[in-house]
Unconditional design. Structure first.
Length: 542
């Protein structure tokens, strides 16, 4: 019965139609744009006095909370459904020109930054931290609320909770971008935010372009590179519409992956730059080191290259290195961890319950990373791996009833050429996908815009189940966080928000964990036995 339920979309041609998928993606983005264009509301930020620069809005009154909230919920769901349909279309043989897809995605991104950010006040804090730097105040030691309590500031006055009493947790390069936005935007929160929106959108376009280049002449990989980044409705919603700085750090990490074969030192410089934005990019650094693990000269060059920007940035701003640790103990609403806290706190108290969940999160990271490393495909990431595509056609010949579908894991292991498992770039990309996906799935502090770190490397792998997991995980998190601002909601909407964020979304996150465990089990449930470790050590030595 489960298999029959999994096959029902095959009987509905429209669920593999590129036209349907693209229509849903465009509709999703347009819903976001229209809601933001209606002006400040419970979901759209109030940026203060406006000038001639974007973001612009329509001259209408304040929208009621229910229409704009429900519209965004449905827009996100339509976007996730559209992306799922487009991936099915790729599996069914659709081969779009990547330039048209990229152009459409770029247009939707540009339109999105012409209106105000939605549902998250983080961008107001970016502006506030940049403002503190411009005022000569250390944003890693002094909070915006502390400054505002002493004197009125025309920009800090527009910040919102809950982070006004929190010093910056971002790296020196992120803080520099926030300072630059303040220089360009002047005394206007409205103008500063728009520059921050641009600083978040442009790197996303670069990420998409770099991934397309890494895909070489492979039409499927090129399409995935665009669909997972520039034309991904969940990324447009979470990163661009939310004006988050996630793309600013991921762009350097993706450039590092692209440089693996050319120069280990340059690769290190790029990953070091990523680390000066956010320290979470350590997973890409580990992936790159794993790719170079058999070449100590390149591994050393990688380390030296990474050390250069890290030493300069954190040498100039050492307090930024310790500020990032403030995020490590948080547990977000909608994560798998919050229900566990609710269960444990009656026995252990809330503080100990949160500590237990945080530690369990690290254990889960290792476990899920291991499981994903056993089941994710080993397909190559460029035109150098044409033999891979031939092998997959052999697999499809053995599975005529499911053409272009993901083969059984054991079949992939049998037919995958060894070159993919030894090529430094292929290893780095796949390892980055494994570690990043494991982190966003297992972290007790999880937010929808974090998923960009996993979408990027996954774009260069063959179609697999993690694609679908990220779609439905992203939809649930995004819907749950539509009403996440610290604003007063009506009692009915408050109850619905609680139901979506703290109940249904957490159920989805648990479902993803179970899904991965079942996938790994059915694929042979390989464990890290002593023999496995000895074989790995032997390969590592030479």
């Amino acid at each position: 019965m489960v298999e029959r339920a999994a096959r029902w979309p095959d009987a509905v041609p429209r669920l593999s139609s590129p036209r349907v998928g693209l229509s849903l993606v465009v509709a999703s983005a347009l819903v976001t744009i229209v809601v933001a264009a209606l002006g400040p509301s419970v979901v759209t930020l109030n940026l203060g006095p406006e000038g001639w620069l974007p973001p612009w809005r329509l001259p209408v009154g304040t929208p009621h909370e229910w229409p704009v909230t429900v519209a965004l919920w449905w827009g996100i769901i339509l976007g996730g459904l559209g992306l799922w349909v487009l991936l099915r279309a790729l599996d069914a043989g659709w081969r779009p020109g990547w330039k048209r897809l990229f152009g459409l995605g770029a247009a939707l991104n540009v339109l999105t930054v012409l209106v105000a950010p939605l549902t998250s006040a983080d961008v107001l804090m970016y502006a506030a931290y940049g403002r503190l730097v411009r005022l000569g105040v250390d944003p890693y030691a002094v909070t915006p609320a502390a400054v505002l309590s002493r004197t009125f500031d025309p920009l800090l006055a527009w910040t919102e909770g809950p982070w006004q009493d929190t010093p910056s947790v971002y790296g020196p390069l992120a803080t520099a971008s926030q300072w630059l936005a303040n220089v360009l935007g002047g005394e206007s929160m409205h103008d500063v935010v728009w520059w921050l929106q641009v600083f978040g959108m442009v790197p996303l376009l670069v990420i998409g372009a770099v991934l397309v280049a890494m895909a070489g002449g492979d039409e499927v990989r090129q399409a995935r590179a665009v669909l997972f980044t520039v034309l991904n409705p969940l990324v447009i919603w979470a990163v661009v519409a939310g004006a988050h700085n996630e793309a600013l750090c991921v762009v350097f990490a993706v450039c590092a992956l692209a440089s693996v074969r050319r120069s280990a030192f340059v690769t290190g410089v790029f990953i070091g730059l990523a680390g000066t934005v956010k320290v979470t990019l350590v997973f890409y650094g580990l992936a790159l080191a794993w790719g170079y693990r058999r070449d100590w000269r390149r591994l050393l060059a990688l380390g030296l290259g990474a050390l250069l920007p890290l030493a300069v940035a954190y040498g100039l701003v050492p307090q930024a290195l310790f500020a990032a640790s403030r995020n490590t103990g948080y547990i977000s609403q909608g994560s798998w961890g919050l229900p566990v806290v609710f269960v444990l706190q009656g026995l252990t108290g809330e503080e100990l319950a949160r500590s237990i969940v945080t530690k369990v999160g690290w254990v889960l990271l290792v476990v899920i990373a291991w499981m994903l490393s056993r089941v994710l495909p080993w397909d190559g990431v460029s035109e150098d791996f044409s033999v891979q595509r031939g092998s997959r056609s052999e697999i499809r010949a053995e599975n005529p009833e499911k053409p272009n579908r993901e083969p059984r894991h054991t079949q992939v292991d049998t037919l995958t050429p060894v070159v993919a498992e030894t090529d430094q770039q292929a290893v780095a990309v796949r390892t980055a996908a494994v570690l990043s996906a494991a982190w966003v799935i297992t972290s007790p502090w999880t937010l929808p815009w974090y998923d960009l770190i996993a979408w990027a490397p996954l774009a260069l792998l063959a179609a697999n189940r993690v694609d679908r997991m990220l779609i439905w995980r992203g939809v649930s998190l995004s819907v749950a966080h539509v009403t996440a601002r610290a604003v007063v909601l009506g009692p009915e909407l408050t109850w619905m928000s609680w139901l979506l964020r703290e109940m249904l979304c957490s159920v989805v996150q648990w479902g993803v964990l179970v899904w991965i465990a079942v996938w790994w089990w059915r694929a042979g449930h390989e464990l890290p036995t002593g023999a496995f470790v000895r074989r790995g050590w032997a390969r590592l030595r030479g």
